[in-house]
Design a binder for this molecule. Structure first.
Ligand SMILES: C[S@@+](CC[C@H](N)C(=O)[O-])C[C@H]1O[C@@H](n2cnc3c(N)ncnc32)[C@H](O)[C@@H]1O
Length: 254
């Protein structure tokens, strides 16, 4: 795994992630459980984080694997599997070089993890890697925010209190937009306060790449995928809308 300098998701970020997004809190969980209910083969979640999406899939009876670069996110995912009484094959790997010795029936990337690949050439190579990791006809599902994410100014300031009474704070602000490369950079500062004293600080530079709808459909086709469908706002009953904050791309490995 190559050394990472951004999108680190360290210990405070991992703790906040679980406080902020408990199981089932986001609409993607029900959507993915429903869509994957007929899938009988193994499912892979690249960048599985702390298991927010993976654990409910395992609880529904799926054989699940997940990889992530963050030690802290993976440790939480492992603990949450134990707590839920399920097993998942978890490993520390990256998008760029993950390997498995069995093909998957489905690969899923909820909530925009794919945008964390900031370079378009690397992203295309990763899509080809997903294709190679799927069985013929296997299902790929990727959530992406719309292109308009590039124009949203990041000014994020929030705090949480842990069950132990510690105060965790997050402060994020945008540091630059590259309109040619369609990338957005931000810097997140995480703090841990105990008894009114600052005891830990972590800085995480973030880089994300936004995709146009047609651009991503073409990228999927270029990487060997067909039967591409786009769903807006996790709602299959209607077409995609301008106002959708999440687009889900579904495709089959040809
Ligand atoms: C927004 S979180 C999503 C976690 C999980 N998929 C979910 O839906 O809750 C993004 C995750 O991507 C991981 N990540 C960042 N860069 C990565 C890379 N190059 N390869 C694999 N995982 C990466 C981070 O460690 C983090 O856990």
């Amino acid at each position: 795994m190559s050394i990472q300098t951004s999108n680190l998701y360290g210990s405070i970020a991992a703790e906040i992630y679980d406080l902020d997004k408990p199981f089932g809190a986001l609409p993607d969980t029900a959507f993915y459980l429903d869509r994957l209910s007929g899938v009988t083969g193994p499912i892979l979640e690249p960048a599985c984080g702390s298991g927010r999406a993976l654990v409910p899939l395992a609880q529904a009876g799926h054989a699940v694997s997940g990889f992530d670069t963050s030690t802290e996110m993976l440790a939480r995912a492992q603990a949450r599997c134990v707590e839920a009484g399920v097993t998942a094959h978890l490993s520390q790997q990256g998008f760029e070089d993950f390997v498995y010795d069995q093909p998957f029936a489905a690969i899923v990337l909820p909530v925009g993890s794919f945008t964390l690949i900031g370079d378009v050439a690397v992203a295309l190579a990763v899509l080809k890697r997903f294709h190679a990791a799927l069985e013929p006809g296997g299902l790929l599902m990727i959530d992406l925010p719309p292109l308009s994410m590039l124009s949203r100014p990041i000014q994020d300031r929030r705090s949480w209190t842990t069950p132990d009474g510690e105060l965790l704070t997050l402060e994020g602000f945008g540091t630059g937009t590259d309109w040619l490369c369609q990338t957005y950079e931000a810097r997140y500062r995480y703090e841990r306060w105990r008894d009114h004293r600052l005891v830990e600080t972590q800085i995480d530079p973030m880089i994300q790449r936004a995709w146009g709808r047609t651009e991503f459909e073409l990228a999927l086709a270029h990487c060997g995928f067909g039967e591409v469908h786009v769903i807006g706002g996790y709602d299959r009953s209607r077409g995609v809308r301008q106002s959708d904050r999440v687009l889900t791309f579904e495709a089959r490995a040809l």
